[in-house]
Write a protein that binds this ligand. Structure first.
Ligand SMILES: NC(=O)C1=CN([C@@H]2O[C@H](COP(=O)(O)OP(=O)(O)OC[C@H]3O[C@@H](n4cnc5c(N)ncnc54)[C@H](O)[C@@H]3O)[C@@H](O)[C@H]2O)C=CC1
Ligand SMILES: O=C(O)C1=N[C@H](C(=O)O)C[C@H](O)C1
Length: 252
């Protein structure tokens, strides 16, 4: 019989970490061997005999946590935001020196969100204008969301490949921030509102028509199937995978 995956959750007292602790604890093929908070030494992971790490911490901590995991040959599933191009490049280089180890960085674990971003990238090839509105709870520390950044990157790449020009925009005078952030040429607007969890709309405009692709996470339970899928898959995918779409067969 295959032994259960020995999983350590980092950020275990946080909103996502607490949900991941529940999900891993109730998965028949996993054992939660360690739960770490901000003040716990990372050595706890090794003492507990973990083979897999889930990082759901904060942008300032995640890079050091994941580097520690990789340097000790542990596979990592990472939901924390803040993984810039430069940070991912450094991590990919580290992984080359640890060839059997896998890391998944997933800006969003909700399957519906991953699908919505993929649909948006497909649709963006056919519309003149595209903008993103992301809406989150007001305790979120980063803006724009990691999901919106990833969606904008996918959209920009698809439009570049199809030769679609920049979205038209005649703005000449503008209060700072009024047109949102520019991510690879795609405007991203961030709303923070009590009562929300995690939501995103991609607005696509053409002559006389609009297509809106919206995804809503009403509960953090929505992220858990993706976390578990990541844990079950990561060891068989050495190196760095960016986006849960890398583990799904979306083209079929
Ligand atoms: N990929 C996805 O599907 C999702 C990703 N997120 C991201 O996950 C991250 C966490 O989100 P929340 O749980 O809402 O935040 P949170 O603030 O509720 O939780 C973060 C926790 O990490 C702890 N922490 C900080 N540094 C640590 C360290 N070095 N070791 C262990 N624990 C540490 C904090 O004390 C806190 O308890 C954010 O970056 C958020 O954007 C959130 C929801 C879904
Ligand atoms: O902080 C959150 O809550 C979320 N963070 C991730 C992001 O920044 O995209 C994923 C999801 O949107 C929830």
């Amino acid at each position: 019989m295959t032994p259960p995956l020995a999983v350590a959750v980092l950020g275990a007292s946080g909103r996502m970490g607490a949900e991941a602790v529940k999900a891993v604890s109730t998965a028949a093929d996993m054992e939660l061997v360690a739960s770490l908070g901000r003040h716990d030494p990372l050595e706890k992971i090794l003492e507990a005999g973990a083979t897999h790490v889930v990082d759901l911490t904060v942008p300032d901590s995640t890079e050091a946590n994941v580097r520690f995991a990789v340097e000790h040959g542990l596979h990592a599933v990472v939901g924390t935001t803040g993984w810039t191009d430069a940070r991912r490049a450094d991590l990919a280089a580290l992984l080359e020196r640890h060839p059997g180890t896998g890391v998944l960085i997933a800006p969003n674990f909700a399957l519906g969100s991953v699908l919505a971003s993929a649909f948006a990238a497909t649709a963006a090839r056919y519309f003149e204008s595209v903008e993103i509105v992301e809406l989150h709870h007001p305790n979120k520390v980063d803006a724009p969301s990691g999901t919106a950044v990833r969606t904008a990157e996918l959209i920009a790449a698809a439009r570049a490949e199809a030769g679609v020009p920049a979205s038209p925009d005649a703005t000449e005078t503008c209060l700072e921030g009024a047109r949102g952030a520019d991510v690879d040429g795609v405007r991203v607007h961030s709303v923070r509102l009590r009562g929300l969890v995690a939501h995103q709309e991609v607005l696509l405009g053409g002559a006389g028509e609009q297509l809106t692709l919206r995804h809503d996470s009403y509960d953090r339970a929505s992220f858990m199937p993706g976390v578990l899928l990541g844990l079950r898959t990561v060891a068989s995918r050495p190196g760095l995978t960016y986006g849960l779409d890398g583990y799904l067969e979306l083209g079929r």
